[in-house]
Design a binder for this molecule. Structure first.
Ligand code: C2E
Ligand code: MG
Ligand code: MG
Length: 740
């Protein structure tokens, strides 16, 4: 801080006063004023005429000089003080004289200045300069540029001459600082943010009143140690906060910003964001961190809500497909890193959800899904994920399992839990689920592949009898791939009109005459030859292609029958049975479309019998009842196909307007084998007759079966005993012939 003085600075230092008696002395280099008494004085530079006036002259100079001149004793006591001290520091000289000059020094300058002064006092002739702050009489700190010279060995002075000047540049800076502090204080008042200022040298933190208020405290309740802050930060967030601050201090970042939870006085945590910046001293060393803190609890809550909604199913509150896939991806990544780690995906689909939803209404359907969601969650461990990914489709991620048997056990547990009925609106509702399982061990790359395979396995479980589970194996994949190929081929077949209709005779058991035919579709495949419905009807239904195929069959069968009727006008009008799939039956304009086909082909409605299965009726009883009534109104007959294979009670089905009951061939084949089938068939025929329906037996293969059916008063029969389904040409040949 101390430097060698410049000649100009020295000029001030050479002025000397002793009480009121002013004496001039000289520096060795630049004589300015001559001391008339000093023997050592060089030649006077003022003319001799001013000698007598020199005391007054010097007094005048001193009182007008902007510099403050003082002479101190070796212990710092002020021996002389020039009048200008009044202007600069606000004191009268006599308020200064006799006092210890260091008394009014700024505490921060005290040590350095007293040390410097001691060094100055120890060496006669030594000159030192310093900058220090001196207390003004008005209480403010006045920055002074000082220069001192040890004149203790000068018998006239016998003291240390100090010349001080107000440091204008410092004043300017202080003014600016004060302004900026005022601005800062105003900003602090105005902002909603809390402010903190961490002095790294003292490790004290200034927390603004607003900062404390944000945590529920008043100003005096929080001290100024960093712990007041850090000890309140949530244990999950503290490590990141400290690491970020440390990283910033080590200059890895140009500013610091972080979010954390902090404990409020009310015991709850609040989310805060803090932004800070390091302040460096002139030496480049960081000595302060200052920053702000804003409460972002509400913002966080809204953001969390939005994220939650985007990742969860609104009805059941379970994770949705997006979140499920994300968790699955994590498991896949983990499985790649740890070879022994395994997980499984379960795909679950309710077996009769549509029936329940339509039968009991959507409110109850929703309630069932909610209850099912909690049931599923109760069947797995907390680390597993249960998700709802579609209407009644749920997926379960079993995270970290021993082997496939763990996954099977979970599936069994779910199926056992589902044997207990759900209480919905005062009713006990039974349901079951089909579950497919895919295991991670098969080297999957993408989450969707696992879901797809679990879905395939579920589908297999459903088609092999429902209420069961199935583990995916690669043959299913081949099956799924074949199904895809089939769909492609089917589309092409529709375009190229590769379908044919074969006809199977239906004979009267009373007269053995052909009363009509059942139209059965075949696919004339260019490579595979004749393909039977069992190999493609399901795929056609899944893809919706059954609609164009079905309409074509209906049209063709009606056209053919009308042609036969025209060719044999004398015979009893032949009937034609056409199978309808549930997709067709669900078309609201079905009656109108059928009517149009009849009009186009010229077939009378009374000659057409539409075959539907009981699932078609059960799936949507109200709509089915209405549809059946409309068809009847046109004069078309309806036949319930494959009767006995479903689960429905006969009395329930008989409530619907149905003309013919077709007993499934599984019952017919049992007749005569000594099983109870014969009595079941007998009961069915009796009940159907009671309800005004007639009965057709399917799949009659033996004479014994035929005799039994005749004995039971069954009206019609159809089966290989009479004929297999044949081409229209061959079928025509059967009309009017007796059975062989
Ligand atoms: P379905 O309506 O029950 O038709 C009777 C099936 O039993 C026919 O098989 C027929 O060939 C077979 N069958 C007849 N008599 C006997 C017998 O004595 N013994 C045995 N073992 N089988 C016999 P197909 O033609 O393979 O048809 C299978 C199913 O495909 C049909 O069952 C029907 O549900 C469906 N289907 C056939 N054509 C159509 C169609 O045009 N539209 C729709 N939606 N479904 C069709
Ligand atoms: Mg049929
Ligand atoms: Mg049938």
């Amino acid at each position: 801080m101390f430097t060698l003085p410049t000649p100009a600075e020295l000029s001030a230092a050479n002025l000397h006063a002793n009480n009121a008696k002013l004496v001039c002395t000289t520096s060795a280099d630049i004589p300015l004023v001559t001391n008339p008494i000093s023997k050592a004085s060089p030649a006077p530079i003022m003319n001799s005429g001013v000698h007598s006036a020199s005391a007054a002259y010097v007094r005048a100079l001193l009182s007008h000089s902007p510099d403050v001149i003082a002479v101190l004793a070796a212990d710092g006591t002020i021996k002389f003080q020039s009048p200008s001290v009044l202007d600069v520091l606000g004191y009268e000289p006599n308020e200064m004289i006799g006092r210890q000059s260091f008394d009014r020094l700024h505490p921060d300058d005290f040590t350095s200045i007293t040390k410097l002064f001691a060094e100055l006092a120890a060496e006669p002739g030594k000159i030192s300069t310093a900058v220090c702050r001196f207390r003004h009489k008005n209480g403010s700190w006045c920055p002074l540029d000082c220069i001192g010279k040890n004149l203790l060995d000068d018998p006239l002075v016998n003291g240390i001459l100090i010349s001080s000047r107000h440091n204008a540049q410092q004043r300017h800076m202080e003014d600016r600082l004060r302004e900026s502090e005022e601005r800062y204080a105003l900003a602090m008042k105005g902002t909603n943010d809390g402010l903190w200022d961490w002095d790294l040298r003292t490790n004290r933190v200034y927390f603004s009143p607003r900062w404390k208020e944000m945590l529920g405290y008043s100003d005096h309740e929080i001290g100024s140690t960093p712990d007041e802050w850090l000890n309140r930060v949530h244990s999950d967030d503290i490590a990141a906060l400290q690491a970020d601050i440390a990283g910033h201090i080590e200059s890895h970042t140009d500013h610091y910003e972080g979010e954390y939870r902090v404990l409020h006085k009310d015991g709850a945590y609040r989310w805060m964001v803090t932004r800070g910046i390091a302040v460096r001293g002139e030496d480049g060393v960081m000595n302060r961190l200052v920053g702000s803190q804003a409460d972002i609890t509400d913002k966080k809550r809204i953001a969390e809500l939005l994220i939650h909604d985007a990742l969860h199913d609104a009805l059941t509150k379970l994770p949705n497909r997006t979140l499920f896939v994300d968790r699955l991806q994590n498991c896949l990544s983990r499985a790649k890193r740890h070879k022994e780690y395994q997980f499984a995906v379960l795909f679950l689909d309710l077996d009769r959800f549509k029936v329940i939803n339509d039968g009991l209404g959507h409110v109850m359907g929703d309630k069932l899904l909610v209850d099912l969601a909690s049931l599923l969650s109760s069947c797995v461990r907390p680390e597993d994920t249960v998700a709802r990914i579609g209407g009644d489709e749920f997926t379960i991620l079993l995270d970290g399992i021993e082997d496939i048997s763990s996954a099977i056990r979970v599936a069994q547990r779910i199926q056992t839990a589902l044997t207990v009925p759900f209480a919905l609106g005062g009713q006990d509702v039974y349901t079951s689920a089909s579950i497919g399982i895919a295991l991670s061990a098969s080297g999957y790359q993408h989450p969707e592949e696992l879901i797809r395979d679990a879905d395939n396995a579920m589908y297999r479980a459903k088609s092999s009898g429902k209420a069961r589970h199935q583990v995916f194996d690669s043959s299913m994949h081949a099956h799924a791939a074949a199904l895809l190929q089939l769909e492609t081929d089917l589309r092409r077949a529709v375009e190229r009109k590769e379908f044919r209709v074969h006809y199977q005779a239906i004979r009267s058991l009373a007269t053995a005459e052909v009363t009509g035919f059942e139209a059965l579709v075949r696919w004339q495949h260019p490579q595979r030859g004749l393909v039977y419905p069992g190999d493609f009807i399901h795929a056609a239904e899944e893809t919706g292609l059954i609609l164009p195929i079905g309409w074509w069959v209906l049209h063709e069968a009606c056209r053919q029958t009308a042609e036969w009727q025209k060719n044999i006008p004398e015979a009893q009008p032949l009937t034609i049975n056409v199978n309808l799939s549930s997709n067709q039956f669900a078309q609201p304009d079905l009656p109108a479309q059928v009517k149009r086909v009849l009009d186009e082909t010229g077939l009378s409605p009374a000659s057409l019998k539409l075959e539907i299965t009981e699932t078609v009726v059960i799936e949507n009883p109200e709509a089915a009842g209405e549809m059946l009534r409309q068809l009847r109104a046109i004069g078309i007959k309806v036949c319930l196909d494959d009767f006995g294979t479903g689960y429905s009670s006969l009395s329930y089905l008989l409530r619907f307007p149905i003309d013919t009951l077709k007993i499934d061939r599984s019952f017919v084949s049992g007749i005569g084998s000594g099983t109870e089938n014969a009595s079941i068939v007998k009961a069915i025929v009796a009940l159907a007759h009671n309800m005004g329906m007639d009965v057709t037996a399917e799949g009659v293969e033996t004479r014994e079966q035929l005799l039994h059916l005749q004995h039971l008063n069954c009206e019609n029969a159809q089966g290989y005993l009479f004929s297999k389904p044949v081409t229209a040409e061959k079928a025509f040949g059967q009309i009017g012939t007796a059975a062989e």
